[in-house]
Design a protein around this ligand. Structure first.
Ligand SMILES: Nc1ncnc2c1ncn2[C@@H]1O[C@H](COP(=O)(O)OP(=O)(O)OP(=O)(O)O)[C@@H](O)[C@H]1O
Ligand SMILES: [Mg+2]
Length: 283
């Protein structure tokens, strides 16, 4: 559950990005966030992921007041979130595979699990044949899908996606929202910023409209979420779903045994602390 209580955000340069926002998003909801450029959508998401802090007001996530969160608790908060950044934030030195695998390594998944799960998730976003490429060798839409794969890979409780459809054609946009919708139907809370009004209409989910830092409408779509409060998507549950699909995937032995360990975890990598959350006990 995510709750905003009279939240305002003014950036240090004086820009009022959010103004007295109060709302509640329940576990298992699917929410579109729409509004003009500069309205405050990314700021809204950054406050949820604790990349920015409110100037006033309180944000409560799963019962925890973010204002009370200690620095060392932030990785644990983000562990439960899959984040698709508007600017991708991929690690240039790493292959597509490793960019996604890194998120799994950070939460301590085994190599065997990673080798199975990463190709599967890359296939879900249509990028299985780009696993060995570097981000610079991909189109904008492809990089965006790597970012989406990385967000999905640990089965997070909440997915926060900032314009995951911003760089892809209409057909792919549709598929991406469809995929998020499917993930949502398994209980994951999904927040998506998008400018694709047609998709918003089609999917008929809750739509929060932000204008000049204020929530000017909050319409519950008719496709009501059925409530997942009783299900346990508990703390350390990174169980992998989609197993049926995995079996269908038909990886060659080579693909399964390929050594993707070209990347060594060095400490000079990466300047990307918001993506790569190394648990405290490994830091
Ligand atoms: N780090 C920052 N410092 C100062 N002002 C900022 C910062 N980030 C965003 N802003 C300003 O805050 C306002 C809201 O920005 P935000 O990025 O939340 O908009 P947005 O709705 O995501 O827009 P877009 O659709 O273009 O991504 C804008 O006026 C923007 O210029
Ligand atoms: Mg934005």
């Amino acid at each position: 559950m995510i709750e905003f209580q009279n939240v305002s955000k003014t950036y240090p340069n004086g820009t009022h990005a959010l103004n007295n926002v109060s709302l509640r998003i329940d576990k298992g909801e699917f929410v579109f966030i729409v509004g003009a450029s500069g309205a405050g959508k990314s700021t809204f998401l950054k406050l949820i992921m604790h990349e920015e802090t409110p100037t006033s007001g309180e944000i409560v996530i799963n019962g925890n007041k973010l204002s009370k969160l200690k620095r060392r608790d932030i990785p644990y908060l983000r562990r439960h979130m899959g984040i698709v950044f508007q600017d991708f934030r991929l690690i240039e030195k790493m292959t597509v595979f490793d960019n996604v695998a890194f998120a799994m390594r950070a939460v301590g998944e085994s190599t065997a699990t990673i080798k199975k799960r990463v190709p599967y998730v890359l296939d879900l976003v249509g990028l299985k044949d780009k696993m060995k490429n570097k981000p610079s060798e991909l189109s904008g839409g492809e990089q965006q899908r790597v970012s989406l794969a990385r967000a999905l890979v640990n089965n997070p409780e909440i997915i926060v996606a900032d314009e995951p459809t911003g760089n892809v054609d209409p057909e792919l946009s549709h598929e991406i929202i469809e995929l998020l919708n499917e993930i949502n139907s398994m209980g994951t809370t999904v927040l998506v910023v998008t400018h694709e009004h047609e998709l918003v209409r089609e999917f008929n989910q809750r739509v929060i409209t932000i204008d000049k830092g204020r929530v000017i409408s909050d319409n519950r779509g008719s496709r009501r979420y059925s409530g997942y409060e009783t299900e346990d998507y508990g703390d350390e549950d990174y169980s992998l779903s989609y197993s049926e699909y995995e079996e269908d995937m038909d990886l060659t032995d080579d693909e399964l045994t390929d050594d993707y360990s070209g990347y060594a975890y060095d400490d000079d990598e990466p300047d990307n602390p918001d993506v790569v959350v190394v648990p405290d006990d490994q830091a």
